[in-house]
Design a protein around this ligand. Structure first.
Ligand code: AMP
Length: 418
């Protein structure tokens, strides 16, 4: 028996309905905010992620699916979406269009994660980027679109946690400041943090090991070290969020797992997910496109984890999406079958979801199946119906039964079921 690889999942019906509907809402909301979809490859040259996400991050250090192709080129299954968007931006000279551009993407990402609940090796992200604007207004618009998307799904308890990561010069000084404070505790830190201390001290703040968290609690906050311009920027974003009534909170320990963020960085937190697990996150990346060899174009973006989002989807949205009734159409006898197929096509055209009984079940077996699968309505066409040109429509909830001419069925369905 061949099983699926560890960390992957089969998404089965009817759950696929949830995925489709969540994606439909994302498309609807983001395009209403002026965004267009972008689709980039699922694999890229490894170098792209090393240079953008950052060599010393956990993602690049130990989570990438990297392989040599048949011509010995190093390729990597994308661990996140922004790097590919930035690469595509440069390669397709998108700065020649009128800016800013709002771009969204939906698709699978890959990370070699240690197995735990809510972490997969293939997972899906829904992301939005605003490229070509450096104002706090752009950050706030992005967060407003994100909040609107979550509200549309029925979330009423999500919160944005945000921090100021400063400008690149600040980052240098800040890394030094953390190193100085933490060096004395080196021996007490976990193995990962000892490496972080040498390579990228900022990452210490992101460690999930309780002892490391206690030790790094004494580290200074980035905002205190950051440039006045970056402080003003993030304060500007906060003022706009406050005005919109989007719930947010400052979290001075929030650093994110990618190196390209500066100034605004944020995560979306739901109380339904445990501490330390975010629904999604993002931030500003004004240097990313230039660092990859493109023009100096600023950007800001987020990615939501679709798997996690669906895990904590509000019950009303879930139930409404899963409860989509179908009409069960049962032909009895050979003569009725061709007619039933024709009726099914006409009703589907008329907007009625139909499930045609194609296995030749008897009336008794069909009603048993209807009960088990919760069909609200069974329509029978047998010799008698064929002769009279009417069909028998039976509602299972109360057992009531009526005869209708076929052209009246879509109207009846709309009135009685949907
Ligand atoms: P990140 O870019 O790492 O902050 O990821 C953004 C969001 O993607 C996270 O908040 C998660 O919702 C989701 N995500 C990241 N990694 C995984 C994973 N291994 N499995 C499932 N979801 C993930």
């Amino acid at each position: 028996m061949i099983q699926r690889p560890r960390g992957t999942r089969d998404i089965l019906p009817p759950d696929t309905r949830l995925w489709n509907r969540v994606e439909a809402v994302a498309r609807e909301v983001f395009s209403a905010w002026g965004a267009e979809e972008i689709r980039t490859p699922v694999f890229e040259h490894t170098e792209l992620f090393v240079r953008s996400v950052g060599e010393t991050t956990d993602i690049v250090h130990k989570e990438m699916y990297t392989f040599l192709d048949r011509k010995e080129r190093s390729l990597t299954l994308r661990p996140e979406g922004t790097a590919g968007v930035a690469r595509a931006w440069i390669e397709n000279r998108m700065q020649d269009r009128s800016l800013p551009l709002r771009l969204y993407y939906i698709g699978p990402m890959f990370r070699y994660e240690r197995m735990q609940r809510g972490r997969y090796r293939q997972f899906a992200q829904i992301g939005l980027e605003i490229i070509g604007a450096e104002t706090p207004l752009a950050d706030a618009e992005l967060l407003a679109a994100l909040h609107e998307f979550l509200v549309r799904l029925g979330f009423d308890d999500v919160e944005i946690h945000l921090n100021n990561l400063g400008d690149p010069d600040d980052r240098q000084r800040y890394q030094e400041a953390i190193r100085q404070v933490m060096e004395v505790h080196r021996a007490e830190l976990c193995g990962d943090c000892q490496r972080r201390l040498d390579e990228n001290p900022l990452r210490l703040l992101d460690c999930k090991v309780p002892r490391c968290q206690e030790l790094s609690a004494g580290a200074p906050a980035m905002d205190a070290v950051a440039s006045p311009a970056s402080r003003e920027h993030v304060a500007g974003v906060e003022a706009l969020l406050a005005r919109l009534g989007v719930p947010y909170r400052r979290n001075p320990r929030l650093v994110r797992g990618l190196d390209y963020y500066l100034r605004t960085a944020f995560e979306v937190v739901s109380p339904k997910l445990g501490a330390g697990t975010a629904l999604g996150g993002g931030g500003r990346y004004d240097r990313l496109i230039a660092d990859l060899g493109g023009p100096a174009v600023p950007g800001v973006g987020f990615a939501i984890g679709e798997d996690r989002l669906i895990d904590v989807l509000p019950e009303a949205f879930r139930l409404e999406t899963l409860a989509r009734p179908r009409l069960y159409l049962v032909p009895l006898g050979d003569a009725a079958q061709a007619w039933a197929l024709e009726l099914a096509r006409d009703w589907v055209r008329g907007g009625v979801p139909v499930e045609l009984e194609v296995t030749g079940r008897s009336a008794r077996a069909a009603f048993k199946r209807a009960d088990r699968d919760h069909f609200p309505v069974v329509v029978i066409v047998g010799d008698d119906e064929l002769a009279q040109g009417t069909v028998t429509v039976k509602r299972l909830a109360d057992g009531s039964q009526t005869r209708l001419t076929p052209d009246r069925v879509p109207g009846w369905w709309l009135e009685h079921v949907r």
